[in-house]
Write a protein that binds this ligand. Structure first.
Ligand code: PHE
Length: 449
């Protein structure tokens, strides 16, 4: 860990290391697992176009604002907000710690599925030609309480162990090698998937724009997904920003995070949807979509069994780099505000997460009959986090960095090579005006409809 600049705070060892770690946080189950079935359920392009537009506008400036806030404020997301904005803003920081905690509780359930599929791949149990068998395999995993709980616990332990190793060693090294590998594997799966008879219908489904699919709910969900996929409004980028050296260009880093997360989502859509159509699965098959379709492509690739193992290793690591970033928010909070040691903070939050996350895990099994607002507990948590809590956290950052301390934001965003005054003006409009309006509309739609 290089501590040359400020001895008190650990820093990323390189600029690339920071970009990779932030992209590692952004790219995870959101892009690979959630995007295909949300896009499927919301009519394809009617969801994808607003997602891309939101990411490259509001999302991009919020990413930059969060990193700037962290770098200026230091400490945890709470102390950063307090130092930059004043006492009351610290409370919003605490709210994002809660958001991260809640997200991680159910994120780790899906992470557990990735671990389970890796185990299946190792034993040769995942490569199959039979959609019904694959559907049954997924249903068995999620609805058998002990299996779901076991793999959820495994994933949580992996997350805690990674976080306990500290910033650089734990996170940076993992992201550096396996993310590019995952991209390559996805391209191979896409190419093979597109060669299947009937696959192009999936591409058309994804990219054909149908006006009738555009609804207030699809746009709201695209906004919620933008927050989720960029890791916004949960204190993650603020916390990571606290480790960023002064010499790093925040706009450049933010741009790469946004572009890479769109790319990962589109690759995953292209990997999943054509295969789903080719094998006669419905595009809105729900959370099992990616787990059920991808194995059928492995079946058609030479050395598919080996390929499957490599794929699930990468998927698991992509999920881990995101879950570690969520845990890091909680750990940084406990360390800085409540003076826990890193180890005690990791163990305590891990134990609490196990209790809370078990409820989400069980909501696929013996508690599946229990619903809140017409959704299972898992879906309900995901909806509240993505469509209400993360946007609310983003709103606080937009108001703080776009209004209260805009001068400071400009200083943090500026480097000798840019951005110029016009670009900063545009960023101001996006951050101070457009983000609050869109966020309020999203939260309103989410809460009242
Ligand atoms: N962006 C991550 C993903 O897409 C999830 C995440 C959300 C991570 C919020 C951190 C904070 O998988």
């Amino acid at each position: 860990m290089s501590t040359a600049n400020t001895p008190a705070a650990p820093q990323w060892s390189s600029r690339l290391g920071f970009i990779l770690a932030s992209a590692g946080s952004a790219i995870g189950l959101g892009a690979i697992w959630k995007f295909p079935f949300w896009a499927g359920a919301n009519g394809g392009a009617a969801f994808i176009i607003p997602f891309i537009v939101f990411t490259m506008t509001v999302g991009l400036v919020l990413v930059a604002a969060e990193i700037a806030l962290g770098r200026r404020g230091r400490g945890s997301t709470v102390s950063a907000m307090r130092r930059v904005g004043g006492r009351a803003w610290g409370l919003m920081g605490a709210f994002s710690v809660l958001t991260s905690f809640l997200i991680l509780s159910y994120y780790a359930v899906v992470g557990g599925w990735c671990a389970a599929y890796l185990a299946n791949a190792v034993t040769g149990d995942v490569v199959s030609n039979d959609p019904a068998a694959l559907r049954a395999q997924f249903a068995d995993l999620v609805s058998t309480d002990w299996k779901n709980l076991f793999w959820f616990a495994v994933f949580l332990l992996l997350t805690a162990a990674t976080a306990a190793l500290g910033v650089e060693r734990g996170i940076e090294r993992l992201a550096k090698y396996l993310m590019p590998t995952l991209f390559v594997l996805m391209v191979v799966l896409i190419v093979r998937g597109l060669m299947l008879p009937g696959a192009w219908a999936g591409v058309e489904y994804l990219f054909d724009f149908r006006w009738e699919s555009v609804t207030a709910a699809s746009i709201r969900d695209a906004m919620g997904f933008t927050f989720f996929s960029l890791s916004l409004g949960a204190g993650v980028l603020v916390t990571y920003g606290t480790y960023v050296p002064k010499s790093t260009s925040i706009p450049k880093a933010s741009f790469w995070v946004a572009v890479l997360s769109i790319e990962a989502a589109l690759l995953s859509g292209l990997m999943t949807m054509p295969a789903a159509f080719a094998f006669g699965l419905s595009p809105d098959a729900g959370p099992g979509l990616v787990f059920i379709t991808v194995p059928m492509i492995f079946e058609r690739i030479p050395a598919g069994g080996l390929f499957a193992v490599l794929f699930y290793v990468c998927l698991l690591v992509a999920a881990l780099t995101s879950s570690v970033s969520l845990l890091e928010v909680v750990v940084a909070f406990l360390k800085n505000e409540w003076h826990f040691s890193r180890r005690a903070a990791t163990v305590t939050s891990g134990a609490l997460l196990f209790v809370l996350g078990s409820i989400s895990a069980l909501s696929f099994g013996s508690w599946s009959g229990f619903t809140l607002f017409g959704r299972s507990i898992f879906d309900c948590l995901d909806f509240i986090c993505s469509n209400v809590m993360m946007p609310a956290g983003g709103l606080a950052v937009a108001l703080l960095m776009g209004w209260k301390v805009w001068e400071t934001t400009c200083t943090e965003l500026s480097t000798p090579s840019g951005p110029g005054p016009a670009a900063l003006e545009l960023a101001r409009v996006l951050l101070a005006y457009l983000s609050p309006i869109l966020i309020l509309a999203t939260v309103y739609q989410g809460v009242f409809f």
